[in-house]
Design a protein around this ligand. Structure first.
Ligand code: SF4
Length: 466
């Protein structure tokens, strides 16, 4: 493809650094592949090896015990900072580092090359896969135990490779359609201040016959207008003199979203999945309401001589079961976890959907204004980062590090989430208007912000009161 790529800057003018970086990524494909295989080796070692070792004694440090080290790397560093990287850099993680994507693409290069079946193209997979994985992970304590991590992450990697083997020719069909975090990443990447920009006029001006770019996640590059589907691998940089790595306003992609481009599944993933299910999943273990609910139900069962829910005979792959560390879930524990996450989802997700409906009515729309939900993306991203980094901080606390800065940082992140979400929602509600229109917009904005306030309130309760 190199012969099709020319210096986009007129002679004598320096190319912008980002454009140079994008083109450099295109030229460094072998180096990127080498990096991906290094990550694969590291990932598999940290996933499989700790699962074969005994659980650590209580007073072990993460830097002297492989089980704790893997826990720290996977859940303390990897996940929170991958989420942060989506907001700052787009999906560079997917295109340059992700071991599962690399393995799926590799399997696809050596597989059967089948057509993508219709069921796989169902738009609800990102929502469904995220919710199921999140809830299941809580039931088997995926953040704490290496066997649980091996089951969920390793199982997902095997399925990713199988999908790669059967479908697509050297493509990432898994990443595009089934990966449980694809939907989350595609939402958060919309806020990234960098993206591969496609100049439609330059694309049309280029010679008609140019070999197609080997875009692994199957992006329609000529029609690409945002960063949500792009894995930022750099392979198309400079293609037809039209694709350049560029800076942009983090608000631009969401504010320019048309009604037709808004997806109901994206909106449900934001409101019900990320702000409902995930919030409940992050908070149940710290909640005094969870303990009260469990105790109340246990007493109620005992008074009626119903004892089987208090049994703890479930296998570890169904409910947490580690007698050696006195960590064993009863059926009641499992049921109350589901109940707590379900109730959180109902309250927060329900309030957000209701607020969307009200906002739509205030704007005179009969249908659900799914587009407005995208304004909640900063809150969802920062909420996810706060939830995942809570584990990072508890691991660092166990090492007796000074964390006196953490409450201030959390408050600052929550403030950014509120301000950024408020700004996006205001923009999405539409500018201008006379007095009555303005009042309706303001009321719609207040409805949405009040519902978003439930999420902020839940984090404030967890970080500062519980
Ligand atoms: S559009 Fe495809 S080829 Fe281009 S950077 Fe994104 S993922 Fe890579």
């Amino acid at each position: 493809m190199n012969e099709l790529v020319q210096d986009l800057a007129p002679a004598g003018r320096r190319r912008p650094p980002l454009q140079t970086l994008g083109d450099w990524m295109r030229r460094q494909r072998s180096a990127i592949q080498a990096l991906q295989w290094t990550v694969v080796v590291f990932y598999l070692a940290l996933l499989i090896w700790p699962a074969l070792l005994p659980l650590p004694r209580e007073y072990a440090h993460f830097y002297e015990n492989l089980v704790l080290f893997a826990q720290f790397v996977f859940w303390g560093l990897w996940w929170p900072f991958v989420i942060l990287s989506m907001l700052l850099l787009g999906r560079v993680w997917c295109g340059v580092f992700c071991p599962e994507g690399a393995l799926s693409e590799w399997a696809s290069r050596h597989g059967r090359g089948g057509a993508i079946p219709r069921w796989m193209r169902w738009g609800g997979w990102p929502f469904t896969a995220f919710v199921l994985t999140t809830v299941y992970g809580q039931l088997i304590s995926v953040y704490e135990y290496p066997r649980a991590a091996l089951l969920i992450l390793g199982g997902s990697t095997i399925v990713a490779m199988a999908v790669g083997f059967f479908y697509g020719r050297g493509k990432r069909v898994w990443c595009r359609h089934l990966c449980p975090v694809n939907g989350v990443f595609s939402l958060l990447a919309r806020l990234a201040p960098v993206h591969f920009r496609v100049d439609a006029a330059a694309w049309r001006r280029a010679p008609r016959r140019t070999p197609a770019v080997d875009c692994a996640p199957l992006v329609n590059i000529s029609g690409m207008t945002g960063a949500s589907a792009c894995h930022m691998c750099g392979r198309c940089s400079g293609h037809r003199n039209a694709v350049t790595l560029s800076a942009r306003s983090p608000n631009r992609e969401i504010l320019s979203l048309g009604d037709n481009a808004a997806s109901r599944w994206d909106a449900l993933l934001l409101t019900v999945g990320l702000l409902g299910v995930a919030t409940g999943a992050f908070q149940w273990s710290a909640s005094p309401w969870f303990v009260q609910l469990k105790q109340g139900l246990a007493e109620w069962l005992i008074e009626r001589d119903i004892y089987w829910p208090l049994g703890d005979g479930a296998p570890w792959w169904l409910l947490t079961h580690y007698p050696e560390t006195n960590d064993v879930f009863t059926w009641l524990d499992g049921g109350v976890i589901l109940l707590y996450i379900g109730a959180t989802t109902l309250v927060i997700g329900g309030a957000l959907l209701l607020a969307l409906r009200l906002a739509g009515r205030l704007l005179g729309q009969r249908t659900m204004p799914w587009r407005l939900a995208y304004g909640l993306t900063p809150l969802a991203g920062i909420s996810l980062f706060l939830g995942l980094s809570a584990l990072t901080l508890s691991l660092l606390k166990a090492e007796r590090l000074d964390l006196s800065w953490a409450p201030g940082l959390r408050a600052a992140l929550l403030a950014v989430a509120v301000l950024w979400t408020g700004r996006l929602l205001w923009g999405l509600l539409g500018a201008g208007g006379n007095g009555a229109v303005f009042r309706r917009r303001a009321l719609a904005w207040l409805c949405l912000m009040a519902a978003a306030g439930l999420v902020v309130g839940s984090w404030v309760a967890m970080f500062y009161y519980w």
